[in-house]
Write a protein that binds this ligand. Structure first.
Ligand code: SAM
Ligand code: DTB
Ligand code: SF4
Length: 360
């Protein structure tokens, strides 16, 4: 216990001597070489980077809410909410603002520090924006960090979200540029990057990551991390999801037919570690897929630099580990819920800005 107490000291947030330079000129070869390291060496290096920039032993608790479920016109091969999926997920209308705020209050009372709201849209309609803005303002007033994921945005919509005080916008690149077209055909990788630039230009923090375990190759995982780590500014937040195989989706059914395609836990941890090393200041989020992960695998993810999880029984449509299971895991691993500011914010405040890799 005394060890954990030592690591929670504020000075452990930024150990200047070991801070890694934030680079956005990573080559694919360098990233592939990281993936190729002996596993314990890779995790050790990632843990070093993690400790230099983040409070090791602290994990942020986040809650997800689907504010508009199902009936999405996009054809993402992993998603239960696409109209193309035969997943049994019913389409709903956008939730009422009050119902969303009630749900957020419950999340806050259960200890969540971040509230992520997701809508199954290709893009929001302008008529939806007043309600969306009210949700952002209301959740912020409760003292939680806000994240929204609504699909593609126009610059005007991004401005509205920025003015409402939205902290992060989630928009995943999901996989490598080469593999993208095999997973989704209704939009392109370039469309994704355009929206990320729109979000960045509006001054909102970028949350962008993807999914591992979709039957992709190691080279695709290299390409996926490379695409994020070579953005002009790294996303402040990088969710790494393990595919939740959902019956009735293209990828869920493919995995059911070819179980050997399931991602190996060690390879998943490697992906987390490489994201941590290449994007040292970003919040790397252990996102979907924990339900089917052992605590030992999750512990390796935390060692390798993962600094947040989704709590609660449900993600958007899929089951999640649940608060009780997570509380027990935290107790067993000696982890603490992150209480204060995210390390990146603390660093930004201390150094008065970053030379790339974080938003001004
Ligand atoms: N419609 C918006 C969009 O696509 O940006 C927001 C919601 S979408 C569900 C958010 C992200 O959840 C996706 O980009 C994908 O990375 C992740 N996701 C969706 N279904 C998943 C699954 N079955 N397993 C793992 N991650 C999934
Ligand atoms: C992200 O990268 N993962 C979250 C969040 N962003 C919105 C979503 C996970 C969805 C898992 C599948 C489901 O619940 O349907
Ligand atoms: Fe729609 Fe998002 Fe699901 Fe794709 S991932 S089908 S865009 S809800």
């Amino acid at each position: 216990m005394s060890d954990t107490a030592t690591l929670s000291a504020p000075e452990a947030v930024v150990a200047p001597a070991v801070r890694a330079a934030v680079r956005n000129d990573w080559t694919r070869e360098e990233i592939a070489a990281l993936f190729d390291l002996p596993f314990t060496e890779l995790v050790f290096r990632a843990a070093e980077v993690h400790r230099a920039h983040h409070r090791a032993g602290e994990v942020q608790l986040c809650t997800l809410l689907s504010i508009k479920t199902g009936g999405c016109p996009e054809d993402c091969g992993y998603c239960s909410q696409s109209v193309k999926a035969d997943s049994g997920v019913a389409a709903t209308k956008l939730m009422d603002v009050q119902a969303v705020l009630q749900s957020a209050a419950q999340a806050r009372d259960a200890g969540s520090k971040r509230f992520c709201m997701g809508a199954a849209w290709r893009n929001p309609k302008d008529r939806d924006m007043p309600a969306i803005v009210a949700m952002v303002k209301g959740v912020r007033e409760m003292g939680m960090e806000t994240c929204m994921t609504l699909g593609m945005l126009t610059p005007a919509q991004a401005e509205q979200l920025a003015e409402a005080g939205l902290d992060y916008y989630n928009h995943n690149i999901d996989t490598s540029p080469e593999r993208y077209g095999e997973v989704i055909t209704t939009r392109s990788f370039a469309d994704r990057l355009d929206t990320l630039a729109t979000v960045r230009n509006a001054g909102i923090n970028v949350c962008s990551g993807g999914i591992v375990g979709m039957g992709e190759t190691r080279a695709d995982r290299v390409g996926f991390v490379h695409a994020l780590a070579t953005l002009e500014q790294h996303p402040e937040s990088v969710p790494v999801n393990a595919l939740v195989p959902i019956k009735g989706t293209v990828l869920g059914d493919m995995l059911a037919d070819t179980p050997l395609a399931k991602i190996d836990d060690i390879e998943f941890v490697r992906t987390v570690a490489v994201a941590r090393i290449t994007m040292p200041l970003s919040m790397v989020r252990l996102s979907a897929g924990r339900e089917s992960m052992s605590e030992a695998t999750q512990a390796l993810c935390f060692m390798a630099g993962a600094n947040s999880i989704f709590t609660g029984d449900k993600l958007l449509t899929a089951a999640n580990a649940g608060d009780d299971a997570d509380a027990a895991m935290f107790a067993r691993l000696g982890l603490r819920p992150m209480e204060g500011e995210e390390p990146l914010r603390a660093i930004k405040q201390q150094v008065g800005g970053c030379s790339g890799g974080c938003a001004a």
